[in-house]
Design a protein around this ligand. Structure first.
Ligand code: SF4
Ligand code: SF4
Length: 84
């Protein structure tokens, strides 16, 4: 695995939001969404594979670079914190 061939991509149906991958990612490429799931920002992911190896839920997978980039990023949480 490396960033020239792919990126990590998290399956929200498996992610329980424990945050371990967020702590482990040295690129700070993973953030927590308002719904509690983690999300990989594909432009920041270095493709090291650490999050894929550590997740007990097997939520992060490997996606070819173009597929990862084409996945739209969720909208950021509104400043009011209402979660919409
Ligand atoms: S380590 Fe796995 S379950 Fe925990 S937040 Fe990351 S992707 Fe989700
Ligand atoms: S593959 Fe590495 S750089 Fe990419 S999100 Fe996972 S831990 Fe971060």
């Amino acid at each position: 695995m490396n960033f020239t061939t792919g990126r990590a991509l998290i399956d929200p149906t498996r992610c329980i939001g424990c945050g371990e991958c967020i702590e482990a990612c040295t690129m700070k490429a993973i953030r927590r969404l308002p719904d509690g799931h983690s999300f990989v920002e594909p432009l920041w992911c270095a493709g090291c594979g650490s999050c894929i190896q550590l997740c007990a839920r097997h939520a992060p997978g490997w996606a070819p670079t173009e597929a990862a980039r084409s996945r739209p990023a969720p909208r950021p949480a509104p400043a009011c914190g209402c979660g919409r």
